[in-house]
Design a protein around this ligand. Structure first.
Ligand code: BES
Ligand code: ZN
Ligand code: ZN
Length: 508
């Protein structure tokens, strides 16, 4: 989709659809439409009980005095409750509706979406994101072109006459760069597991590194991993025909004073290992690399933001342990004991709790470069889904300041997260009679999401660290969210970027 800024819907930029937002405190008269159209809208609103509530839609065909085929008004709820993520969703909803009506070009009245405390610049960025997210679908494998979704290809963002367009163009570019990073993350996760192997993750990392002279990539292969004692990662990989890798990405902008490490779980398929999953639970386990894909998405955005002259000024380290979790005569067994890179021994009670094993080595490696903070993204437990559902991730950590920062980044990005505790009292769940740790608790009624967090904490090495269990929000099983088609969501990319933005603002 191409985005343009404009002052009015002119001849040269004719569109078939006009989109306006409406807060409950506003009236149709404020949308700057003709008296006739305003009256028609009022009538339609009465008929369909449109009250401008959040997510309500009103459609008017052939509005009088307007050179468009249809007008769509999307309800924004109360202005005082407005937020950028809410506007992003409303735009997405309106664009999905327009797409359903076979629209191909849309003009959007920006001012009608503007709430008191947001800037036009940020509003444009989320508008671009909302429009692009709403049109996404993964149809690479559909052979019938007719069945592919037709999407809107032009959007005209309308601003008022007195404003200067040039600075606002940057807001469009930022929206495009971040949205394309999220959508590539979705693509990578949505690809079937036979198309995305650990080696594919390596290729994807190399492609992203090639986008910027400030990004470097280093890859550890199986021999190096063996030499350097990444035994937890190797144990998980031992049942697979595909070799594992540890990917190290670094973004080093000029003048950075802080260093953040992102670690992503990169299990390209999780069969459960010898403790094999039942078939229904194995479905969608191609998405067990969504954490790794989010880290790649963050790096793509770092490169693209730099390319458009909007670089983030924080040093970022990306660490991705990547493997399959499969079955063979060589697979790790329950009862096996392994020694991780940092020397701790782990008794394997369950081969399906593999994410924490590869992250143990991943966190150890990340901690070795002494970042100021570490954030891991991992599809770690079904328990996090049961607790918080598909919209909200579970996060936990060892540092209150960083936990607060993640909470703010979550709110700003609209990627919802809820904190879980990591109580010392629960440490006994991971104490093994024969090794330093065991990878699950013996008790079937135990808080698995928290236990996963407690286990990872053992490898954070006293560095400020937060773990996001994204098993729920990384994958949408219904597609009801106007911004997320059924499948991967790209969760984590926007939250991570928002966190980096907050850190760079604090620095200035
Ligand atoms: N990859 C799964 C977690 C998962 C479940 C992600 C559903 C997305 C959707 C993870 O490796 C796993 O199997 N976890 C186990 C842990 C348990 C054995 C303590 C689980 O949640 O059942
Ligand atoms: Zn598993
Ligand atoms: Zn897994």
């Amino acid at each position: 989709m191409e985005f343009h800024l404009g002052y009015t819907v002119s001849e040269e930029f004719s569109v078939d659809t006009l989109v306006c937002g409406l807060y409950q405190e506003s009236s149709f008269g404020e949308l700057g439409l003709s008296d006739l159209t305003t009256r028609d809208l009022e009538q339609q609103a009465q008929r369909f009980e449109f009250k401008a509530k959040k997510n309500q839609l009103l459609l008017l065909n052939r509005p009088q005095g307007l050179a468009v085929e249809r007008l769509i008004v999307v309800g924004l709820g109360h202005e005082e409750d407005s937020s950028l993520p809410l506007v992003r969703k409303a735009v997405g909803l309106a664009f999905r509706r327009a797409q359903k009506q076979k629209a191909s070009s849309v003009a959007l009245n920006l001012e009608s979406f503007l709430a008191q405390d947001s800037t036009l610049f940020d509003l444009i960025t989320v508008t671009v994101q909302g429009a692009l997210f709403s049109q996404y679908s993964f149809d690479h494998y559909k052979s019938d072109a007719e069945k592919k979704r037709v999407s809107i290809d032009r959007a005209l963002l309308l601003i008022s006459y007195e404003l200067d367009m040039s600075e606002l163009e940057d807001a469009i570019r930022i929206g495009e760069a971040t949205a394309s990073s999220v959508l590539n993350t979705r693509d990578l996760v949505n690809q079937p597991p036979s198309a995305v192997k650990p080696s594919t993750m390596v290729e994807a990392a190399r492609e992203i590194a090639a986008l910027s002279p400030n990004i470097t990539v280093k890859v550890f292969d199986k021999d190096q991993l063996t030499k350097e004692n990444y035994n937890a990662l190797l144990a998980v990989a031992s049942g697979s025909e595909e070799p594992p890798y540890l990917i190290d990405l670094r973004y080093t902008p000029a003048n950075s004073t802080q260093k953040v490490a992102f670690i992503g779980k990169g299990v390209t398929f999780d069969s459960g290992g010898l403790g094999i999953k039942p078939w229904a639970a194995m479905q969608s386990m191609k998405s067990d690399m969504a954490g790794a894909a989010a880290v790649l998405g963050i790096f793509q955005a770092l490169a693209e933001l730099e390319a458009i002259g909007q670089p983030l000024t924080i040093e970022v380290h990306g660490v991705i342990p990547t493997t399959e979790n499969m079955i063979s005569g060589k697979a790790m067994r329950p009862d096996d004991i392994i020694q991780t890179r940092n020397g701790k021994t782990i008794e394997i009670l369950h081969t399906d709790a593999e994410g924490r094993l590869i992250l143990a080595d991943g966190l150890t490696y990340a901690a070795e470069s002494e970042p100021d903070m570490m954030i891991d993204f991992a599809t770690l437990t079904g328990s996090a889904i049961k607790a918080l559902g598909r919209e909200i991730s579970a996060y936990m950590g060892n540092d209150d300041e960083l936990l607060d920062l993640v909470a703010v980044a979550s709110q700003m990005s609209g990627e919802k997260a809820w904190e879980l505790p990591l109580p010392d009292e629960y440490h006994h769940f991971i104490e093994s009679p024969v090794a330093d740790l065991q990878n699950i608790s013996n008790n079937s009624l135990s808080p698995d999401a928290i236990i996963g967090g407690l286990f990872l904490k053992e490898f954070a090495d006293d560095i400020a660290w937060v773990h996001l269990d994204i098993a729920g929000p990384s994958f949408a099983d219904d597609g009801k969210d106007p911004l997320v088609a059924r499948g991967a969501s790209g969760y984590g990319v926007l939250l991570g970027l928002e966190l980096l933005k907050l850190l760079s603002l604090a620095e200035k």
